[in-house]
Design a protein around this ligand. Structure first.
Ligand code: SAH
Length: 392
């Protein structure tokens, strides 16, 4: 897993380190970052069982295949594009980020340089004037397909056709361009309505032998190299057998459940996800990968599990991959009632993982394996973890 050359490399400290809320460990040896994360996880989870050595990256630079920049102007009127300063709405200008995909960054720089000639005004949060709010670029790691999402305050992009032509001329590798309309006074990046102005409106990427379609609104892991390691670990821990029922809760576009369904064609997978766009992607992903033993349900995972428990339905394995805020008591209570023999918890929030493991270990489950995976090098506090819980 580790490449000694890269783990010994000390990256130059980032010029916006400390202001950008993204990384805290720029200029820190990668090996040291991993050691620190290991210690943090042992402190948090060591009471539940042995924490396996964290799985790091061979090359921890430029791993983020989704790049989002917010646009603003400084007092002199210069265009800024980057991220919000931690805890504020001041924009930190980012031109060369060490964790973001380089191609995605170049595309954003090109868009920045095109704004003046296309007379595209930048949105002013305080006054609610102007057009361009954010640009989001996603690149399929295996396929190379690239999606550009322009988040605008109104659906009309002046000189749209020429804008698309000019952007494609500079970056012919872009496969789709989408306008997303966000006219609300909100810190959410994307609004509800998207309109495709070039290409199919989504990209595809390949993970663990399946191809996945990703829409602008759907969640997709940002570090594809480590995601394969994460899913492999989860599927291995589940040790799924033919004839078994698997729930993939908080399933996004179905990535983990479909990987499992493909590996064990005799099992039955049900994915549950709140975001309707992601569920649509998941259903199409099942079809496109010719997977017939998986279905997907749009709705709240807690409510779904409770209804399952009430109906006396069975599950042998539950995958749960909740957002950073963790799961809910409603969800976990229902899991305990359904009593699957294995629960595989995939977590991106170490604190909420600790909280939720306390619940499970108090209610008839025992922690079998704990595997941290470094999905977010340079960020110091962000660690993804796979935990196997087995019924006592
Ligand atoms: N397992 C997927 C997605 C994980 S991210 C993957 O690896 O790609 C967490 C997902 O939980 C997001 O897709 C989010 O939309 C979804 N989610 C958040 N709250 C939810 C809830 N209450 N019920 C179901 N899904 C929820």
């Amino acid at each position: 897993m580790m490449n000694s050359k890269n783990t010994l490399k000390i990256p130059a400290a980032c010029p916006v380190s400390g202001r950008c809320g993204g990384c805290r460990d720029t200029g820190v040896l990668y090996r040291t970052q991993l050691d620190n994360k290991q210690k943090m996880m042992e402190k948090l989870l060591g009471g539940f069982g042995a924490v396996e050595p964290i799985l790091g990256m061979a090359d921890p630079m430029h791993y983020r295949n989704k790049v989002h920049h917010v646009f603003a102007r400084d007092k002199k009127g210069n265009v800024l594009a980057g991220c919000y300063e931690a805890g504020s709405h001041r924009v930190v200008d980012i031109r060369d980020c060490m964790i973001e995909d380089e191609k995605c960054q170049q595309i954003i720089l090109t868009i920045r340089s095109m704004l003046r000639s296309f007379r595209i005004l930048i949105y002013d949060e305080d006054r609610g004037t102007g057009l361009l709010r954010h640009v989001l670029v996603r690149r399929g790691f295996q396929t190379g397909e690239i999606m550009v999402v322009l988040v605008l305050s109104s659906p009309i992009l002046p000189g749209k056709n020429n804008f698309v032509k000019a952007l494609l001329k500079a970056h012919p590798e872009i496969t789709t361009i989408v306008i997303n309309v966000n006219d609300e006074d909100t810190s959410m990046v994307l609004g509800k309505v998207s309109k495709t102005i070039y290409g199919p409106g989504f990209i595809r990427d390949t993970l663990c032998g399946c191809t996945f379609r990703i829409s602008p609104q759907s969640f997709y892991q940002v570090n594809p190299v480590q995601t394969e390691i994460l899913y492999d670990t989860a599927v291995r821990y589940a040790d799924l057998k033919s004839g078994e029922q698997l729930i993939d809760a908080y399933c996004g576009i179905g990535t983990i459940g479909l990987t499992a369904a493909k590996n064990v064609p005799g099992c039955r997978v049900t994915g549950v996800e709140l975001n309707a766009d992601a569920v649509r992607d998941a259903r199409i992903n099942a079809k496109e990968n010719r997977i017939t033993n998986a279905r997907f349900i749009a709705g709240d995972a807690g409510k779904y599990m409770e209804a399952m428990a009430d109906a006396g339905e069975r599950a042998d394995v539950v995958f749960m991959d909740p957002p950073r805020s963790g799961s809910t008591e409603q969800f976990m209570k229902a899991v305990v009632r359904i009593a699957p023999s294995r629960v595989v918890y995939i977590s991106c929030g170490p604190d909420t993982l600790q909280r939720d493991l306390k619940y499970f270990t108090k209610h008839g489950y025992r922690v079998g394996r704990i595997q941290p995976v470094d999905m977010f090098p340079f960020t110091a506090e962000h660690v993804e973890t796979v935990v196997l819980l087995t019924k006592v």
